[in-house]
Design a protein around this ligand. Structure first.
Ligand code: SF4
Length: 62
């Protein structure tokens, strides 16, 4: 699985706090998905997606 982040990040940092194995904040202060969503990380990555205040994170098949 992989995480897709659409345009519109407001830089709140929740996704990086919720699933630091997949999401980080880049130098522009916006979220970036830097790693694959392995089976072990699906739960926390989905939690990060569900927690995004602007609902721009999607967990999809590769
Ligand atoms: S939770 Fe959403 S708005 Fe917040 S940093 Fe992550 S992608 Fe951006």
């Amino acid at each position: 699985m992989k995480a897709i982040i659409d345009d519109g990040c407001i830089g709140c940092g929740i996704c990086a706090e919720t699933c630091e194995e997949v999401f980080k904040m880049n130098d522009d202060g916006l979220a970036e998905a830097f790693a694959k969503v392995t089976p072990e990380l699906e739960g926390s990555a989905q939690e990060a997606a569900d927690s995004c205040p602007v609902s721009i994170i999607h967990i999809e098949e590769d």
